[in-house]
Write a protein that binds this ligand. Structure first.
Ligand code: FNR
Length: 184
């Protein structure tokens, strides 16, 4: 049987991003049960309708990756109780039609949402905002379980490395659930 392909979108460009670390921990948990790759979208420009058609090469590349994915897993930081601008900008690009004949590429794609923050919210408010946005994209969102990890600073090992050990059970539960969810 062909392996499912999951694309991880991390809403942080920070080198030591806790959300990137979380995505990499999930990649390890998923192992060979699915293809799981982090999307590199650092070269996607700000949405500007003056450059929308023809789409920039970077936008074409991320669209192709999304189209070929069976599921999209969002790992979002919380910025001012919402999602970071870079993530909103990427979603704005992905929301636009490629041509009159091609359907919206996010429509009906399965989506999972996770996030980690040094704050108390565990990114819950950013996630609620993301649910609203992805619903408008007509994505098929896995609302349970969602993963919210608060107090990242209390879970650091050496340097800026997060120890996901205490949350491992929740990480595994969400990974198992999403693998089932994308098969439906
Ligand atoms: C933050 N941060 C933050 N944290 C939080 O829990 N709630 C919030 O509303 C905000 N707001 C916010 C705004 C801006 C502009 C920045 C730069 C940061 C802190 C943020 O969660 C923290 O820096 C995380 O470490 C960011 O995620 P990554 O980069 O570690 O994945």
């Amino acid at each position: 049987m062909k392996k499912s392909k999951i694309t991880a979108i991390v809403g942080s460009l920070r080198k030591d991003s806790y959300n990137r670390q979380l995505a990499l921990a999930i990649k390890e948990i998923i192992g060979d049960r699915a293809e799981f790759e982090l999307l590199d979208y650092t070269d996607v420009p700000f949405m500007n309708q003056d450059i929308e058609f023809p789409a920039p090469e970077s936008v074409k590349r991320v669209r192709e990756t999304i189209k070929a994915s069976d599921g999209i897993w969002f790992f979002t930081p919380e910025y001012n109780h919402s999602v970071p601008g870079v993530l909103k900008n990427l979603i704005d690009w992905l929301s636009r039609p490629i041509s009159e004949s091609e359907p919206a590429i996010l429509s009906e794609k399965p989506a999972a949402i996770s996030g980690i923050t040094p704050g108390m919210s565990g990114t819950a408010m950013a996630q609620d905002y993301l649910v609203m946005l992805l619903s408008f994209m007509n994505m098929r969102i896995m609302n349970r379980p969602r993963l919210t990890i608060p107090h990242a600073m209390k879970q650091l090992k050496e340097g800026d490395t997060v120890d996901f050990g205490p949350n491992m059970e929740h990480l595994k539960k969400q990974a198992d659930a999403f693998l089932k969810f994308i098969e439906k």
